[in-house]
Structure formats: C-alpha cells, structure tokens
Design a protein around this ligand. Sequence first.
Ligand code: GLA
Length: 575
Amino acid sequence: MQRSLAFFACSTLLALAACGGGKSASPDGSGGAGGSAPPYETDDDLPLPPVAGLAPTPPMGWNSWNKFSCNITGAFVEAVADGMVSSGMKDAGFEFINIDDCWSQATRAADGTLQPDTVHFPPSTTGGNDGIQIVADYVHSKGLKLGIYGDRGTETCGHRAGSQGYEMQDAMTWASWGVDYLKYDNCAATLDAQTQYQTMRDALTATDRDFVFSICAWSFYEWASVIGNLQRTTTDITNTWDSIVSNLQTNKLVTAYGGPNHWNDPDMLEVGNSDFGAGPVTDLENQSHFSLWAIVDAPLIAGNDLRDGHMADATKATLTNTEVIALNQDALGLPGYEVRESGDQSVWAKPLDANGARGVVLFNAGAAPADITVGFAEIGLSLGPATVRDLLGHADLGTFTDSYTATAVPSHGTATLKILGGEPARPRGAGAYLSDLTPTYAANGLGPVERDTNNGASDAGDGGPIKLRGQAFSKGLGMSAPSAVIFRLGKVCTSFSATVGVDDAAGGAGSVVFQVWADDNKLFDSGTVTGMSAAMPVMVDLTGLRRLKLVVTNAGDGSALDRADWADAKVDCAP
Ligand code: GLA
C-alpha cells in the first residue's frame, strides 16, 4: 500500500527546527505537541475502557540470564532489586525481578519438592524460610515482584530439575515461596508442548497466587498466545546488533497475535550489556533497541547489571525514558507494526489511547545517516496538521502538514516520536469500500496490507488481482495471516459485508480463519478456510459500534501461503 506523500515537511531532530513550508497551525490551536489533545468530537472517540488481567500492558522487569547466566546468588538478586529502586527504574514502571535458570538443584527432595541450590540461595540460618522465599520477601519489601524459571521437560537447559510430571507440586512450591511470575522453558522435552504448557497454566491457576506466565518455546505458536501472558517469538537473543535486529524482524511477522495479556516476546533486553566497553553494542544501538521493543509492545525485561555503580548513565537514561516507556505501556494495547520498509529505513507505528495520537519509530538500519519521512495518512491519521514530539530528546518539534521528515537519522539510530494529529474521516454513505478508507491500524504477516489487490509478497504494491476460485474482484483488501486491521465507524454504520477466501495466488494451499470484531466483540468467525474452500460471503451488523477490526489468523498451522482476501469489503453508513 504505497501511498503518495504529497507534501513532505522538512525538519531536523538536531536543530529542532522546521525548514520549508510545512509548518502550520496545530489542530487544537495550542501551537504544539505540549498542548492539549484535540477535543473529542463525540463520545464515539473516547478511549476504550482499560483491560483487566495479569498483564494488561507488557510486563516490565529484569531477568538474570542475558548477562549473568548461572552466576547468580540470592544476595546478588537482592542487590539488583536495590538497583532497580535506586536507579529510578521502579519509578519508571519496572516491577519484576526474575531469576532465570540455575537457581535449583538437579534433584528433587525425597517428597518430590524442588530444592533451591543452597550454596547460591542459602536458607535462613534461623530456620524456616527457603532460599528463594528469602529473596521473594526481600523483593516484595521493595515494592517489587519476584519471577522464577522452570521447564516443561525433564530438566532445564542448565540441567536442573524440570517440571514434567510435577507441575502441580512445583506451582504450589513457587506459590508458597511468594513467586509472582513464571518463565517456563522448553529443554529436555519430548511430550506435546501445548499440552505441557496448558498443564502448567492450569496448575498456576489452581494456586492461591497470581502468576504472570511467560511461555519460552523459542518460536511463535498460536496456542501459546492463548495459554501464556507472553509468548517468545524467537530464538535466544545475544548481545549483538545483528541478533537484536534479527529478533525484531522475526517478531514482526506475528504482530497481529500480540495484545493485552498475551504479548509477543522477541526476548529480553540486552540494553546496557556493553556498559563500560564490555561488549559490541553501542549506546545509540541500545537506545534504538529499547525504542523498537517499546513500540512493538514487547515485554521490557532488562538483562543488565542494575546494581549501584554498575550501570552507565547512558544506559540508565535509556531504561528510564518514561516517554518511550509510555508508548509500550499505552492502555490501548495495540502492538506497533512496521508500516513501511524502504531499503534500510523503516517506519513503525502504533495508535495510542487518545484521539489522534500515534507512537512512531523511524528506524535507520543502514550504514550511513538517512532522512526518513512518515506520511500522516500511512500511520492512520488524516492529512493536514499534526504536532510532533521527539521522545528521545524530550522536545516538541513543531507542527507539520501531511508528513514529517526526520533528517540525518544516524546509522542504527531511531527517531522516536509521538505524533498528534487528526483521526481519519469516518466512512460515509452506502457501500463505502474499506480499501478507499484510511485504517487506523494495519498489522500484517507479509509486508503491508494491500488495497484492491491480493497481498503478493513483502513489498508494498506487489499484489496481483484479487481472485477467489476463478472469480476476480476489483475492490477489496489483500492480507496475509496473521493480520489485524482497524477502521473507525463513529457509530454511523449499519453493516459490513465482504466475500472472503484464500486467494487463487496460493495455488490451493494456505489455511486461515477470518474474524470480524467490533468494539472488542467477535461478530463473525469463518472457521478454517483453505485455498480450496469456496469463497464465503460475510455480512455483519455494525449498528451503534465504534471500531471495526478485521482479523486473519493462521489457523494454527503457520502462515505459509496464507493470502487472505476480503473481496468487496465495504460498510454501509449514514450519509
Ligand atoms: C533457554 C532460554 C533462555 C534462558 C536459558 C536458560 O535458552 O531461551 O532465555 O532461559 O534457556 O538456560
């Protein structure tokens, strides 16, 4: 969906000044992003109510693995908790102190109970408390929460006891210690993964504590997004720039599966693991890593040394940037998606829970500085004026018309922005084709969602004609699973209709599920549709509803050739 950007405003992040004729009045007349948001036009535009649950926004915390692997002790973890408080990270929203592998022994007690490694996590000398419980009490006394690590197989990756066959007993043990979060790994496992993760979810639920459940199955599975509060989408991250970018790219393919209480997890942060010259990732790259994890709604789980005197100022500034964190923790819970990739430069965006507000990251993965433009229409805003705020420099950049250009974004750098403009015009009249409207959200499994063609491949505008079992359609949306696209209705529409199916371009392969949601209620579910299924008509009543969301899932079997067409997709609305 390559849109032409008629007017490119010209600015520089460094000079904080606009050049050329792009500047105009701000939409609310306040003159800048620091002013109040444009007034809501009607109650149709009010934010949706916050979501309940254990992880309504992506979990934030720290985990021992990335930097310290098995070199951990109870005293060390407590010092990290102190550092989370003294560094300002707790105030910035970080909450969990998570002990990863190697806290336990390889063997269980005679009664089957998991035993802490008593050398590194010694029990209380005055009796009673176990090594982990002592740490839990300490962490709780700091107003923080404790996470622990387990494994669905017979042993952990570090060769400690796994939970296979002991799920209920282990959940009870962790609950008795006061644990609040479980990361559950995938080593030494031969039994069905979904069954074993479900067994542990059920065991955790049966205890008297609330556990955030982090599924670490090293790859995305559709079932994991149902069972877990976060699901790993990638293999293990390492402290290299290539690994960070590679995990981002893998994670983006399943953007549409992320959301409140089931966040996509491209693995824990490596921010600060090169502090004091100890590694290959620069401060600028760490800042980009954090911005990108924030905008895609990844869990923000730091993996560096938080202890006093062990964190460089640049790292602390990145991890406590509350304006960037606010993108991640936004109550709307829509994971940012890659809007467009142009060579080494890319545009990422997410709608925020306020009228006309978008989080935006302009990412330069190239070797040389580059100008990067974001068109307001391509991030689901109306054309016209919008204010732009630089969340890394904590500065309002001004008001721009139709688009904004960040100049000379450094190699491996980002411009991390909040843009406040106008929501797009609502659909009007009978038979308004969605492909003629501006979606406010468009996450897609393969490049951008296409208008009036099938999805093609990963480039914008590379689709062919929409064709379902030999019948061609001139209008419609071409998607690829998993996909989620949102249009505002403003309560003025009465119905949605389309003909759905897997495009003929898939050659009979592919299998997807089409769903129509409005205002968080599912109004239509196609069941599994394959490349051989007949085209299916869809008609849904939208009376009085605010937001239409078209979802395509991969039907649980991966996304190969899942070219999903919403042919003739249109809404009937008031004039
Ligand atoms: C796996 C996980 C890592 C870490 C290690 C611990 O590799 O993916 O995140 O937990 O195990 O052994």
